[in-house]
Design a protein around this ligand. Structure first.
Ligand code: C5P
Length: 217
Protein backbone atom coordinates (compact mmCIF):
# COMPACT_ATOMS: atom_id res chain seq x y z
CA UNK A 1 0.00 0.00 0.00
CA UNK A 2 1.13 3.52 -0.83
CA UNK A 3 2.97 5.31 1.97
CA UNK A 4 3.72 2.13 3.89
CA UNK A 5 7.22 1.52 5.21
CA UNK A 6 8.92 -0.02 8.22
CA UNK A 7 10.61 3.08 9.63
CA UNK A 8 8.98 2.65 13.04
CA UNK A 9 8.29 -1.08 13.01
CA UNK A 10 7.56 -2.36 16.51
CA UNK A 11 7.79 1.08 18.14
CA UNK A 12 5.15 2.49 20.49
CA UNK A 13 4.40 6.12 19.69
CA UNK A 14 2.20 8.53 21.62
CA UNK A 15 0.79 11.43 19.61
CA UNK A 16 -1.23 14.31 21.02
CA UNK A 17 -3.49 16.35 18.79
CA UNK A 18 -6.02 19.13 18.76
CA UNK A 19 -6.61 21.86 21.28
CA UNK A 20 -7.72 21.45 24.85
CA UNK A 21 -11.06 22.79 26.00
CA UNK A 22 -11.14 24.52 29.37
CA UNK A 23 -14.59 24.53 30.95
CA UNK A 24 -16.08 27.74 32.41
CA UNK A 25 -19.47 26.29 33.36
CA UNK A 26 -21.62 23.42 32.00
CA UNK A 27 -22.29 25.45 28.82
CA UNK A 28 -19.16 27.46 28.03
CA UNK A 29 -15.49 26.80 27.54
CA UNK A 30 -12.26 28.42 26.43
CA UNK A 31 -10.73 26.88 23.32
CA UNK A 32 -8.20 27.65 20.59
CA UNK A 33 -8.04 27.35 16.82
CA UNK A 34 -6.28 24.00 16.64
CA UNK A 35 -8.13 21.53 14.39
CA UNK A 36 -6.11 18.41 15.16
CA UNK A 37 -5.22 17.93 11.48
CA UNK A 38 -1.45 17.92 12.03
CA UNK A 39 -1.61 15.43 14.89
CA UNK A 40 -3.99 13.11 13.10
CA UNK A 41 -1.74 13.17 10.02
CA UNK A 42 1.21 12.22 12.22
CA UNK A 43 -0.75 9.38 13.82
CA UNK A 44 -1.66 8.04 10.37
CA UNK A 45 1.92 8.21 9.07
CA UNK A 46 3.32 6.65 12.24
CA UNK A 47 0.86 3.77 11.90
CA UNK A 48 1.78 3.35 8.21
CA UNK A 49 5.42 3.22 9.32
CA UNK A 50 4.62 0.16 11.44
CA UNK A 51 4.29 1.78 14.88
CA UNK A 52 1.66 1.05 17.50
CA UNK A 53 0.09 4.48 17.88
CA UNK A 54 -1.80 6.00 20.79
CA UNK A 55 -3.55 9.22 19.84
CA UNK A 56 -4.59 11.54 22.65
CA UNK A 57 -6.87 14.16 21.15
CA UNK A 58 -8.72 17.14 22.48
CA UNK A 59 -12.19 17.63 20.99
CA UNK A 60 -11.62 17.27 17.22
CA UNK A 61 -13.84 16.58 14.25
CA UNK A 62 -11.64 14.12 12.41
CA UNK A 63 -11.67 10.41 11.67
CA UNK A 64 -9.28 8.27 13.69
CA UNK A 65 -6.70 6.65 11.39
CA UNK A 66 -7.17 2.90 10.91
CA UNK A 67 -5.40 0.85 13.54
CA UNK A 68 -4.80 3.81 15.85
CA UNK A 69 -6.14 3.83 19.40
CA UNK A 70 -7.73 7.15 20.27
CA UNK A 71 -8.03 8.54 23.80
CA UNK A 72 -10.31 11.58 23.75
CA UNK A 73 -9.81 14.25 26.41
CA UNK A 74 -11.08 17.75 27.02
CA UNK A 75 -8.94 19.74 29.44
CA UNK A 76 -5.18 20.08 29.71
CA UNK A 77 -5.28 18.36 33.10
CA UNK A 78 -7.10 15.36 31.57
CA UNK A 79 -4.62 15.26 28.71
CA UNK A 80 -1.72 15.25 31.15
CA UNK A 81 -3.21 12.32 33.10
CA UNK A 82 -3.58 10.14 29.99
CA UNK A 83 -0.15 11.03 28.61
CA UNK A 84 1.59 10.51 31.96
CA UNK A 85 0.00 7.04 32.18
CA UNK A 86 1.46 6.04 28.80
CA UNK A 87 4.84 7.71 29.12
CA UNK A 88 6.89 4.88 30.63
CA UNK A 89 5.73 2.37 28.02
CA UNK A 90 6.33 4.36 24.82
CA UNK A 91 9.40 4.94 22.67
CA UNK A 92 8.46 8.47 21.62
CA UNK A 93 6.00 11.26 22.24
CA UNK A 94 5.01 13.67 19.49
CA UNK A 95 3.28 16.53 21.25
CA UNK A 96 1.37 18.38 18.56
CA UNK A 97 -1.61 19.33 20.75
CA UNK A 98 -2.28 23.00 21.36
CA UNK A 99 -2.54 22.75 25.12
CA UNK A 100 -4.26 25.73 26.72
CA UNK A 101 -1.81 27.72 28.79
CA UNK A 102 -4.53 28.54 31.32
CA UNK A 103 -7.53 26.81 32.81
CA UNK A 104 -10.44 28.34 34.72
CA UNK A 105 -9.69 28.67 38.44
CA UNK A 106 -13.16 27.62 39.59
CA UNK A 107 -15.40 25.82 37.10
CA UNK A 108 -19.03 26.66 37.94
CA UNK A 109 -21.42 23.72 38.55
CA UNK A 110 -24.35 25.71 37.18
CA UNK A 111 -24.68 28.03 34.21
CA UNK A 112 -23.32 31.46 35.14
CA UNK A 113 -26.03 34.12 34.89
CA UNK A 114 -25.63 37.29 32.84
CA UNK A 115 -24.07 40.19 34.68
CA UNK A 116 -23.16 43.69 33.52
CA UNK A 117 -19.52 42.65 33.76
CA UNK A 118 -17.68 39.67 35.07
CA UNK A 119 -14.13 38.60 35.78
CA UNK A 120 -12.91 35.10 35.11
CA UNK A 121 -9.87 33.99 37.04
CA UNK A 122 -7.46 31.79 35.10
CA UNK A 123 -4.69 29.62 36.50
CA UNK A 124 -1.64 28.31 34.69
CA UNK A 125 -2.06 24.78 33.39
CA UNK A 126 0.71 22.23 33.92
CA UNK A 127 3.20 22.15 31.03
CA UNK A 128 2.76 18.52 30.00
CA UNK A 129 5.75 18.40 27.66
CA UNK A 130 8.14 20.12 30.07
CA UNK A 131 7.17 17.50 32.67
CA UNK A 132 7.97 14.70 30.21
CA UNK A 133 11.31 16.35 29.45
CA UNK A 134 12.23 16.39 33.13
CA UNK A 135 11.40 12.69 33.56
CA UNK A 136 12.87 11.52 30.23
CA UNK A 137 14.65 8.17 30.32
CA UNK A 138 14.59 6.25 27.01
CA UNK A 139 11.91 8.25 25.19
CA UNK A 140 12.41 10.55 22.21
CA UNK A 141 10.44 13.77 22.61
CA UNK A 142 9.19 15.92 19.76
CA UNK A 143 7.47 19.20 20.59
CA UNK A 144 5.66 21.78 18.52
CA UNK A 145 5.81 25.54 18.71
CA UNK A 146 3.40 27.98 17.14
CA UNK A 147 4.85 31.46 16.99
CA UNK A 148 4.09 34.67 15.15
CA UNK A 149 7.63 36.09 15.34
CA UNK A 150 11.28 35.11 16.06
CA UNK A 151 10.37 31.47 15.39
CA UNK A 152 13.93 30.10 15.34
CA UNK A 153 15.18 31.97 18.41
CA UNK A 154 12.16 31.01 20.52
CA UNK A 155 12.37 27.48 19.13
CA UNK A 156 15.99 26.96 20.15
CA UNK A 157 15.16 28.14 23.65
CA UNK A 158 12.16 25.78 23.83
CA UNK A 159 14.22 22.75 22.78
CA UNK A 160 16.54 23.34 25.74
CA UNK A 161 13.92 24.36 28.29
CA UNK A 162 11.72 21.33 27.62
CA UNK A 163 14.61 18.88 27.03
CA UNK A 164 13.39 17.91 23.55
CA UNK A 165 15.03 15.81 20.86
CA UNK A 166 13.39 17.88 18.15
CA UNK A 167 11.03 20.81 17.84
CA UNK A 168 8.66 21.42 14.94
CA UNK A 169 8.41 25.19 14.76
CA UNK A 170 5.61 26.90 12.95
CA UNK A 171 5.17 30.53 11.93
CA UNK A 172 1.39 30.68 12.17
CA UNK A 173 1.28 34.21 10.74
CA UNK A 174 2.35 32.79 7.35
CA UNK A 175 -0.29 32.06 4.77
CA UNK A 176 -1.36 28.41 4.43
CA UNK A 177 0.40 27.37 7.60
CA UNK A 178 -0.69 26.55 11.11
CA UNK A 179 -4.21 26.36 12.44
CA UNK A 180 -7.07 24.67 10.64
CA UNK A 181 -5.60 24.58 7.11
CA UNK A 182 -4.45 21.40 5.35
CA UNK A 183 -0.97 22.70 4.56
CA UNK A 184 1.90 23.71 6.80
CA UNK A 185 5.35 25.26 6.66
CA UNK A 186 7.63 24.15 9.45
CA UNK A 187 11.21 24.20 10.64
CA UNK A 188 12.85 21.35 12.57
CA UNK A 189 15.11 22.53 15.37
CA UNK A 190 17.51 20.16 17.19
CA UNK A 191 19.32 20.42 20.55
CA UNK A 192 22.64 21.07 18.75
CA UNK A 193 20.97 24.14 17.16
CA UNK A 194 20.74 22.43 13.77
CA UNK A 195 17.85 23.95 11.81
CA UNK A 196 16.07 22.30 8.87
CA UNK A 197 13.46 24.36 7.06
CA UNK A 198 10.79 22.59 4.99
CA UNK A 199 8.86 24.35 2.24
CA UNK A 200 5.08 24.70 2.37
CA UNK A 201 3.44 21.30 1.84
CA UNK A 202 0.42 19.26 2.89
CA UNK A 203 0.20 18.28 6.55
CA UNK A 204 0.37 14.65 5.43
CA UNK A 205 3.73 15.35 3.79
CA UNK A 206 4.94 17.27 6.86
CA UNK A 207 3.91 14.26 8.94
CA UNK A 208 5.97 11.97 6.73
CA UNK A 209 9.04 14.18 7.23
CA UNK A 210 8.47 14.12 11.00
CA UNK A 211 8.28 10.30 10.99
CA UNK A 212 11.48 10.15 8.91
CA UNK A 213 13.21 12.52 11.37
CA UNK A 214 11.97 10.49 14.36
CA UNK A 215 13.25 7.28 12.78
CA UNK A 216 16.68 8.91 12.41
CA UNK A 217 16.60 9.96 16.09
O1 C5P B 1 5.67 26.75 25.37
P1 C5P B 1 4.79 26.42 24.21
O2 C5P B 1 3.33 26.36 24.57
O3 C5P B 1 5.04 27.23 22.97
O4 C5P B 1 5.25 24.94 23.84
C1 C5P B 1 4.58 24.22 22.88
C2 C5P B 1 4.81 22.76 23.11
O5 C5P B 1 4.59 22.41 24.47
C3 C5P B 1 3.84 21.94 22.30
O6 C5P B 1 4.48 20.73 21.94
C4 C5P B 1 2.70 21.72 23.30
O7 C5P B 1 1.98 20.54 22.99
C5 C5P B 1 3.43 21.62 24.62
N1 C5P B 1 2.67 22.13 25.78
C6 C5P B 1 2.31 21.27 26.80
N2 C5P B 1 1.62 21.73 27.90
C7 C5P B 1 1.30 23.04 27.99
C8 C5P B 1 1.66 23.94 26.97
C9 C5P B 1 2.33 23.45 25.87
O8 C5P B 1 2.62 20.08 26.72
N3 C5P B 1 0.63 23.46 29.05
Amino acid sequence: ELGKNNLLAGKRILVSAGGTQEAIDPIRYIANRSSGKMGHAIALKAAQAGAKVFLVSGPVNLPVPFGVGQFPVKTAVEMKEVIDDFYESVDAVIMSAAVADYGVAEVADQKIKKQTSMTLELVKNPDILAGLGERKTHQKLIGFAAETQDVIAYGKEKVRKKNLDMLVANDVSKENAGFDVSTNEVTFIYPDDRVVHLSNMSKLDVAEHIIQALAEL
